[in-house]
Write a protein that binds this ligand. Structure first.
Ligand code: ZN
Length: 466
């Protein structure tokens, strides 16, 4: 049996403001299910030649856009096409896009490259849609859309957030933990559940679990997620408000394949299981799941309580989440073997750090954020240990210092390392790796480990942890 770990998870920058029900200027969208027919109707608030979708990540299987295969524009004279890193709507006559555009959508399970799945499908017919996929903004022309970078965090985009209305002809939808008829919200990053599937509530966790998933997964979620949440709250301080939720979906199995993918949103971990291999807690699926919960739930702190302002700093949240999850797993499960995961972070960083880490996303090398971020985390951990702390005290200091604005950037992270280690040369070399890449990553990583006091040796051109 092949076990493909599809942890395409990311933590997005902005924490989610409270939903607004006030009338605001800006476009709106009505997302509606009527039996098997799904539509989204955009009401655009101004004339613009192009409307571009904020979230335009690519699929894992072909690294192409997902919307053209799932969305069909019904409004005459409007096309959906790709411009650079963005999906865009454009009028075929060169004029402004009509103020109302209707699109028929066909939600299907889609594994995304380092981004949220647009839809989670459940075996009872329930479907959860990711809200941010319906955010769009106006541009003057296709060239302007093509010139945009893949990640828009920190950019000042024209237009306001989209006011979204969620409607199911069959009854109320589940939105932010409550069944509601046609809820309206702007600027919310979550999944909206259409269909009969019920959430189950416990004091520390709400869960929405596909009825086709075996009991062990429900028990594992109920057991594992609160244990990690409690551990992180103890070590990292106050986390997000409210009770976290886990949404677990199931996809019909392709023969011989088992996978699990997911992501974390403010207050919500979404996980999609696939394949017959998850029916029994064997073959490493349970371990894979525990690791997934360990990594995703630390993002409630490192990713949502504080996050980066620019996607280039994703190494802070992804590498940091990997290292903290690994240390938490060691603390909670004495049998957990961290060595292989740490070594693969070192190996992968050595392979990828010949290019700038900051721009790894544009090269489809997201692994660099995780691997080199974990390597950097090991340096910080070693510096913190010299002062009686550990990886958690390092991150907790950064969280506490940045709670107010919720933003943590690479400069702040490196300055804290320098403060703890007293050695500015490490931060200087890491800045080179981030901004320019390094000609000899093995020598650079070995040198950084040497200075920080991370036990290692260089063997056959490879940095080997001891
Ligand atoms: Zn992550």
């Amino acid at each position: 049996m092949t076990i493909a770990v599809l942890l395409s998870a990311i933590a997005l920058a902005a924490s989610s403001p409270a939903p607004s029900t006030e009338t605001e200027t800006g476009p709106s969208a009505r997302i509606e299910r009527d039996g098997n027919r799904w539509t989204v109707t955009f009401e655009l608030d101004r004339d613009a030649a192009v409307w571009a979708f904020d979230h335009s990540a690519v699929q894992q299987n072909n690294r192409g856009p997902w919307r053209p295969g799932q969305w069909r524009v019904e409004t005459p004279g409007v096309v959906l096409e790709r411009a650079g890193h963005r999906d865009v709507l454009r009028a075929t006559d060169g004029g402004p896009v009509p103020r109302q555009v209707r699109i028929a959508i066909s939600p299907v399970p889609t594994a995304m490259e380092a981004s949220y799945a647009p839809a989670l499908l459940f075996s009872d017919g329930s479907v959860a849609l990711h809200t941010e996929q319906y955010e769009l903004f106006p541009l003057d022309d296709v060239e302007a859309a093509a010139a945009l970078p893949p990640d828009l965090t920190g950019l000042d985009l024209p237009g306001g957030p989209v006011a979204m209305t969620w409607v199911d002809a069959a009854g109320p939808v589940l939105f932010q933990g409550l069944r509601q008829t046609a809820p309206v919200a702007t600027d919310v990053n979550t999944y909206v559940l259409f269909g009969p599937l019920e959430a189950s509530e416990s004091p520390h966790l709400a869960t929405v679990i596909d009825p086709a998933l075996p009991d062990w997964i429900g028990r594992a979620i109920a057991d594992t997620a609160p244990r990690y949440a409690a551990f992180y709250a103890d070590r990292l301080g106050e986390g997000p408000e409210g009770r976290p939720a886990v949404m677990a979906s199931w996809k019909a199995p392709p023969p011989g394949m088992t996978s699990m993918g997911g992501s974390v949103l403010p207050g919500l971990i979404a996980v999609a299981f696939e394949g017959e291999g998850v029916l029994e807690p064997s073959g490493g699926v349970a371990d894979m799941f525990n690791w997934f919960i360990a990594h995703e739930s630390v993002h409630f702190w490192l990713g949502h309580t504080v996050s980066y302002a620019s996607g280039r700093d994703m190494w802070i949240t992804e590498g940091g989440a990997d290292l903290l999850a690994l240390r938490a797993a060691q603390a909670l499960d004495p049998a957990f073997d961290a060595d292989a995961m740490l070594q693969s972070a070192v190996d992968d960083c050595a392979e990828l750090a010949d290019q700038p880490i900051h721009t790894a996303a544009a090269r489809n090398e997201n692994r660099a954020y995780y691997a080199c971020g974990a390597v950097f985390g090991m340096l910080a951990e070693a510096a913190a240990r010299e002062r009686g702390g550990d990886a958690f005290t390092f991150v907790r200091g950064l969280i506490d210092a940045n709670r107010d604005d919720g933003l943590l950037d690479g400069g702040e992270w490196l300055a804290e390392l320098t403060r703890l280690s007293g050695d500015p040369s490490m931060a200087a070399d890491m800045a080179v790796m981030l901004e320019a890449g390094t000609a000899d990553p093995v020598a650079m990583i070995a040198s950084l480990f040497q200075r920080a006091g991370v036990a290692h040796e260089v063997r056959d051109g490879r940095v080997v942890l001891l």
